[in-house]
Write a protein that binds this ligand. Structure first.
Ligand SMILES: Cc1cc2nc3c(=O)[nH]c(=O)nc-3n(C[C@H](O)[C@H](O)[C@H](O)COP(=O)(O)O)c2cc1C
Length: 378
C-alpha cells in the first residue's frame, strides 16, 4: 500500500486508485460501491461504449467554446457536480474541495441535503452558482425549513432526488461496519492501520456529522437513517406541493423512464436529471445514457436534460451532448479526487474532465456545444 501522487494521475481511474490508498476502507467502499451485484454501476460506464464518435475533419477548430447555459445560468463547461453526501468522511476538507473545483472550472455546485458542512457555511465559501439537493423528510416542517435556508443562502435551484425512497442494498457498507459518524471497532482499527493519514484526520478534526440536521449525533447506518427519516410515500401530488413551496427553478433527479419524464414536465420541473444514483439504488436499472434519447423525444425542448452516471472521460460527456443532453453531471470522479488529495485532488479531477472536453472537441471538429449534434454519433 503506497500513497499515489495525485500529480501523476492521468485519468479518473488513477484518482480512484489514489483514493483507495489514502482513504479508510469503509470510506472508499462507500464512494466506490453500488447496490446488489453492482451491475448497474458497471453498466453506467460500459453503456457509453455502445456509441462511437464520428469526428469531422478540416473544421479549423483550434479553440472550442465549451460554455453553455443550464436553467439560465451560464457555465464554462457542459457539466455540473452531482450532489454527494458527507464529504468530510472522505477528507477533512469536505465539501470545500468540490465547491472550489466547481468555482475553478466555472460551473454549478450542488450541495447534498446530507452534507457534512452546512448550507450556510458552503454558501459562504463561494460566490459561484449553487443548487440545493433535497431528500424528502417525513417531517414537512424540516423540509420547509431546509428550503428557506437554501433560498436565504443563495442556492438558485432545487434538485429533488426521487430514486431513494429507501436506501439501496449496498453490501460493502454493512460488511465494513459503515456508519455516520464512523463507529470504530476492531475491524475499523485493522483497516485504519492501512490508512494512517485518514485516521490522523479523523482523530484530530471535528466530528463528522450531517451538518444540516440538528441532533443527528449517534452512529447509524444509512439504511437505518433513511428508513427513519425519509418519506417513502412521497408521490407526484406531494412533488407539486413541494414545487409550490420552493417557487423557483427545479430539477427532478433520478428518472429513467420517458413516461415519468413527461409527468415531471407536466408537474412543473424545469429540468430532469436522468440518473440511477450511480448504481447505488435499484440494481439492473438501465444506464442513464441509454435512457437519454427516448426521454429527449418524449419531452419538449424547453425541458433541460442532465445525464448523470458513469461519466469518466471527456468523450462520455460529448456523447451525451450529441444524444440530446443539455449537460451532464458526475460525483465519483470528484469524490475520488477529494479522497485522494483533499481540495487539490478534487480540483485536479474536475479540471482533468474539463481539459478532456476541450481537447476532444478539437479532435471532433466541434466549435461550440451548440455544434454537437446527433451526426457525431455512430
Ligand atoms: C458517495 C456518494 C454519495 C452520494 N450522495 C448523494 C446524495 O446525497 N444525494 C443525491 O441525490 N445523490 C447522491 N449520490 C449520487 C450522485 O449524485 C450521482 O447521481 C451518482 O454518483 C452519479 O454517478 P457517478 O458517481 O458514476 O458519476 C451519491 C453518490 C456517491 C458516490
Amino acid at each position: 500500500m503506497f500513497l499515489k501522487n495525485i500529480d501523476k494521475c492521468l485519468n479518473i481511474d488513477d484518482f480512484r486508485a489514489a483514493a483507495c490508498c489514502r482513504a479508510h476502507r469503509m470510506v472508499f467502499d462507500y464512494i466506490d460501491g453500488g447496490a446488489d451485484d453492482e451491475k448497474t454501476m458497471a453498466q453506467n460506464s460500459a453503456a457509453f461504449d455502445d456509441y462511437e464518435l464520428q469526428f469531422k475533419v478540416l473544421t479549423g477548430v483550434d479553440n472550442p467554446d465549451t460554455s453553455t447555459t443550464l436553467l439560465g445560468e451560464k457555465i464554462d463547461v457542459p457539466f455540473i457536480l452531482s450532489p454527494a453526501a458527507g464529504n468530510r468522511l472522505f477528507h477533512h476538507h469536505g465539501e470545500r474541495g468540490p465547491v472550489k473545483a466547481a468555482e475553478k472550472v466555472g460551473t454549478i455546485y450542488s450541495l447534498a441535503t446530507l452534507s457534512s458542512l452546512s448550507i450556510e457555511d458552503v454558501a459562504a465559501m463561494t460566490s459561484g452558482p449553487k443548487w440545493f439537493q433535497l431528500y424528502v423528510w417525513k417531517d414537512r416542517v424540516l423540509v420547509k425549513e431546509m428550503l428557506d435556508r437554501a433560498k436565504a443562502a443563495g442556492y438558485k435551484a432545487l434538485i429533488l432526488t426521487v430514486d431513494l425512497p429507501i436506501a439501496g442494498n449496498r453490501e460493502r457498507d454493512p460488511r465494513n461496519g459503515m456508519t455516520v459518524p464512523p463507529k470504530i471497532g476492531l475491524k475499523q482499527i485493522w483497516h485504519g492501520l492501512q490508512a494512517p493519514l485518514w485516521v490522523y484526520d479523523y482523530l484530530t478534526k471535528p466530528e463528522i456529522k450531517y451538518a444540516n440536521l440538528s441532533g443527528a449525533g449517534s452512529a447509524v447506518t444509512l439504511n437505518e437513517f433513511v428508513a427513519e427519516q425519509l418519506d417513502a410515500s412521497f408521490n407526484w401530488d406531494d412533488a407539486e406541493w413541494l414545487l409550490g413551496e420552493w417557487n423557483g427553478p427545479a430539477i427532478i433527479k433520478g428518472v429513467v423512464r420517458a413516461d415519468d419524464a413527461v409527468r415531471a414536465e407536466k408537474t412543473g420541473f424545469n429540468a430532469i436529471s436522468i440518473s440511477n444514483h450511480g448504481g447505488r439504488q435499484l440494481d439492473t436499472s438501465p444506464a442513464p445514457i441509454s435512457c437519454l434519447e427516448p426521454i429527449r423525444d418524449a419531452v419538449s425542448d424547453k425541458t433541460e436534460l442532465i445525464v448523470d452516471g458513469g461519466i469518466r472521460r471527456g468523450t462520455d460527456v460529448l456523447k451525451a451532448l450529441a444524444l440530446g443532453a443539455n449537460a451532464v453531471s458526475f460525483a465519483r470522479p470528484y469524490l475520488y479526487g477529494l479522497a485522494a488529495g483533499g481540495e487539490k485532488g478534487a480540483i485536479a479531477a474536475v479540471e482533468m474532465i474539463a481539459d478532456a472536453i476541450r481537447r476532444d472537441m478539437i479532435l471532433m471538429g466541434a466549435k461550440s456545444i451548440k455544434d454537437i449534434d446527433r451526426s457525431f454519433i455512430k
